[in-house]
Write a protein that binds this ligand. Structure first.
Ligand code: MV4
Length: 507
């Protein structure tokens, strides 16, 4: 917990670069680790030094604790920042860092363990007075127990893996007749995903909202919350758009959820940046789902509305520093983030690795692009295909949506397929624009978002466009065109033409 002078970032891609940026601002030397597939990756080039930690598969490189620690030792790094994913929530790695005398920039191993197993986390939270989704806190020993319990809470129910979250080993059961087969599939999925076939039960919530609270704690007992992030725009347990404030939260709900999140963090002796996830039902009841004991992908939206650099605060508390905030920090304005993936939405979101021939990244006022790529870079097929996170800030949600639309229009990528057009359709969707979306939204609106709109909607759109064009012509004739004018009407600016040459296409 001493002073940091050199930090090894045990990650790759955009998050490794993002962490190194703050490390550099704080005057730390930076050390990258890379796999054989990431020799020419942006993060490898971005650091002061870089060490190869093994072959392409992450099991053999980014997840290999001994290799990461050997690199830290060779470089003389006094701290390791794990980013997200990989070793970031691995309690045994935290202990190995301690044993090696290296500061792990994250929570203590004991806090990770208290939140890692879902049934353990649920009973810890119930003891702390945190509302959890009604259900069991112990795994079932046999299907008969599950059947009896389902009778007491009533169908529909969810069977969930006790060993871990993220939707794996999760089964909705609507009727008693379906319980036995759901029991078998949930157990076998849980076993292959977590090496643990224990399952427990929760009451099923219908298309809830996913709202999470950012918390921050220091080693001196201070713990605060930094408001929520609305993360209901997900497909197959993968977040696509995140925003803050949540369109569904009142200031009273924010205060109540924030207070509960702080209670959850304190109950497990949390230190550093953490996120408490909640499900919010149609009646706006909120229930603890799980705690992520790491910095999250979507942290930039919180940074936008609080004005805080969360990575800088992680380093501060990792060095034993105190959090200077006592009162809650009210969000200022509105921020939205979208995840840009190298994937093809029209082929069921198949990853689209390959060489980025050219790229123009959005910029301008209140636009941030956290990228892990550069022109000429080849996106490997080995890792998550996210290439960047685009985020914007504006005083109001409506302005933030317009700004995001503008920024997405600036995003041009040649060589690989991206989901940029899909992201634009989400941002423009009337329900999304109203802030009226839950965790079922992307699934329900799948066809619309892919650009195969319902025929009746196309007809309405064509009619609306015709009326609009007619009115536009009338207006032009009435006041613009002088008699005898040779002008052929308004022309797009040279800049706009340049910005969208035919070769780029228009998405
Ligand atoms: C639920 C649920 C409804 N009822 N639990 C999905 C991922 C996993 N982390 C928890 N998940 C859910 N748990 C009960 N009792 C609905 C979901 C869910 C979901 C949760 C958060 C974000 C997106 C989701 C999409 C579908 C289902």
């Amino acid at each position: 917990m001493g002073r940091i002078r050199k930090v090894l970032v045990a990650n790759r891609g955009e998050i490794a670069v993002r962490v190194m940026r703050t490390a550099k601002e704080l005057g730390f030397k930076t050390v990258a680790v890379y796999s054989e597939a990431d020799r020419s990756a942006l993060h490898t080039r971005f650091a002061d030094e870089a060490y190869c930690v093994g072959p392409a598969p992450s099991r053999e490189s980014y997840l290999k604790q001994e290799n990461i620690l050997a690199a830290a030792k060779a470089a003389g790094a006094d701290a390791i920042h794990p980013g997200y994913g990989f070793l970031s929530e691995n309690a045994s790695f935290v202990r190995a860092c301690e044993a090696a005398g290296v500061t792990f920039v994250g929570p203590p191993a004991s806090a990770m363990e208290a939140m890692g197993e879902k049934t353990k986390a649920r009973s810890n939270m119930m003891k702390a007075g945190v509302p959890v989704v009604p259900g069991t806190t112990e795994p079932f020993k046999a299907v008969d127990e599950a059947r009896a319990f389902a009778k007491t809470i009533g169908y529909p129910v969810m069977l969930k893996a006790a060993g871990g979250g993220g939707g794996k080993g999760m089964r909705r059961v609507d009727r008693e007749e379906d319980l036995e087969s759901a029991w078998r599939t949930a157990r076998s999925e849980a076993s292959s995903a977590f090496g643990n076939d224990a399952v427990y039960m929760e009451k099923f919530l219908d298309e809830p909202h996913h709202v999470e609270i950012q918390v921050f704690a220091d080693t001196l007992g201070n713990c605060i919350h930094l408001n929520e992030r609305e993360c209901s725009a997900q497909r197959r347990n993968q977040k696509v758009v995140e925003e803050t404030p949540s369109p569904i939260l009142t200031p009273q709900m924010r205060a109540a959820m924030g207070e509960v999140a702080v209670r959850a963090a304190k109950a497990v002796g949390y230190v550093g940046a953490g996120t408490v996830e909640f499900l919010v039902d149609a009646k706006r009841n909120f229930y603890f789902l799980e705690m992520n004991t790491r910095l999250q992908v979507e942290h930039p939206v919180t940074e936008w509305v609080t004005g805080l650099d969360l990575v800088a605060w992680q380093f501060h508390v990792a060095q034993g520093g105190e959090l200077p905030f006592t009162a809650p920090i009210s969000p200022r304005g509105h921020a939205i983030e979208v995840r840009v993936y190298a994937e093809d939405p029209t082929t069921n979101f198949m990853p689209s690795p390959g060489r980025i021939e050219a790229i123009r990244v959005p910029a301008g006022p209140f636009v941030r692009d956290d990228s892990g790529v550069y022109p000429g870079y080849t996106v490997p097929n080995t890792y998550d295909p996210m290439i960047s996170k685009l985020s914007v800030w504006a005083p109001t949600r409506a302005e933030a949506l317009l700004r995001m639309r503008r920024a997405l229009d600036e995003y041009l990528v040649q060589g690989i397929t991206t989901n940029v057009r899909y992201l634009k359709r989400i941002i423009e969707h009337p329900a999304f624009a109203r802030g009226d979306y839950d965790t079922g939204f992307l699934g329900r609106e799948h066809a619309t978002l892919l650009g195969t709109p319902k025929p009746e909607l196309t007809q309405v759109a064509v009619l609306a466009a015709a009326v609009q064009a007619f009115q536009h012509d009338e207006a032009l004739e009435a006041k613009v065109a002088p008699t005898g004018s040779t002008s052929s009407g308004p022309r797009r600016s040279r800049w706009a033409e340049q910005a969208r040459p035919r070769a780029w296409g228009r998405s």
